[in-house]
Design a binder for this molecule. Structure first.
Ligand code: NDP
Length: 333
């Protein structure tokens, strides 16, 4: 068995490039007591990894230059020194970007049978839970209200759009291509979509939201969010989930200040990190799986083939290459 790993070679300045990563041949590790050896099948690439490539204080420590990048992954146990897992088990957890990882059994979960195993990284994993708790707990959408979702055709956004529809809301999705927007309307039942790369986003939003905006689920920040603020309703809730339009900026971006809109509308703006809901993940996964099985929830994945292409798949998040969850298929099951 041969092993490879992808290391963090240098901190990106602006958009990450291939040069920020190196692929290195390495040995297959031996699992210690309480560990398992896992063969990687799928790797999740996520926008928050860009934050870990920057120095400074955040909710997770930054990657050190030279270390192996880590993210969520799904793999197969090939050797076990833990009573918790047997060879052949399919598990998910945080792993190094490697073909084979030795991992502590306590940090891993079995992927339940039913849905395809890659969904453990998407609709039934961290992004799905982010949509569920962010929208329902902070956004608190009520029937008949208008919900606007930015980054609407991504992993988090498309699940938010569908939960908003399940809750009986008028749903407006904002995404960066006509093809993505068509998918949102035709496949997911989103009421109106806006391509933020076209001119006239503010006018299009005003037209799409004749009763103004009750919930804004923000995945992107920047100018898209600036266009939302003047349209808030009394008592609006703004869920700050992500700010991807800012992640590659070298200097902080100062836009229009939102405070007057929050003040006059008695509106709430709240950020969150999904880990805060860890105690309720079981509830979230159960509900998402039920909606999925009932056909009320759909998902899309953009599957990039080949371990070596993991850095490119990650970079592709910032050029909008993905419809739905961006994942790398490393090996056949
Ligand atoms: P996505 O699947 O949504 O992929 C990223 C998408 O962002 C791209 O497809 C692209 O779509 C869009 N995008 C990229 N650059 C820009 C830009 N400059 N302006 C506007 N849109 C842009 O990723 P996720 O669903 O995994 O994550 C979505 C957001 O949620 C991210 O901001 C992420 O950081 C955040 N997040 C937060 C969590 C939390 O705990 N708070 C947990 C998980 C995710 P397009 O073609 O439309 O431009």
């Amino acid at each position: 068995m041969e092993n490879k790993e992808i290391r963090f070679a240098s901190r990106p300045a602006g958009m990450p490039t291939d040069g920020n990563f190196t692929i290195v041949d390495t040995d297959v590790p031996q699992p210690n007591d309480g560990e398992v050896l896992v063969r990687t099948l799928y790797i999740s690439v996520d926008p928050y990894l860009r934050g870990r490539m920057r120095e400074g204080r955040s909710y997770v420590p930054p990657f050190e230059v030279g270390q192996v990048i880590e993210s969520g992954a799904v793999g197969e146990v090939v050797e076990s020194s833990s009573p918790k897992f047997q060879p052949g088990d399919i598990v998910t957890g945080m792993f190094g970007w490697r073909l084979y990882n030795a991992a502590k059994a306590e940090g891993l979960m079995k992927v339940p049978p039913g849905a395809p195993i890659s969904t453990a990284l998407g609709v039934l994993g961290m992004p799905g839970l982010t949509s569920y708790f962010g929208l329902l707990d902070i956004g608190q959408p009520k029937e008949g209200e208008t919900v606007v979702v930015s980054g609407a055709a991504g992993a988090v956004g498309m699940t938010v759009c569908q939960i908003a529809k399940i809750k009986g809301c008028r749903t407006v999705g904002i995404a960066g291509s006509d093809a993505k927007n068509q998918y949102l309307r035709d496949e997911l039942g989103v009421d109106v979509t806006i391509n933020y790369k076209n001119p006239g986003v503010s006018e299009a939003l005003a037209e799409a939201c004749p009763k103004r905006i009750d919930v804004y689920f923000d995945n992107v920040g920047g100018e898209v969010s600036d266009a939302v603020m003047p349209l808030l309703n009394q008592g609006a809730r703004i869920v700050i989930c992500g700010q991807i339009s800012l992640y590659n900026l070298n200097k902080p971006d100062v836009g229009p200040r939102p405070h007057p809109y929050l003040l006059v509308n008695s509106a709430l703006m709240k950020g969150f990190i999904i880990k805060q809901y860890a105690a309720r993940f079981g509830e979230g996964v159960t509900q998402l799986a039920q909606w999925l099985a009932a056909g009320k929830l759909k998902y899309a994945e953009n599957v990039v083939a080949g371990f070596e292409n993991t850095p490119q798949a990650f970079i592709g998040l910032f050029t909008g290459e993905n419809l739905g969850k961006q994942i790398v298929k490393v090996a056949e099951r």
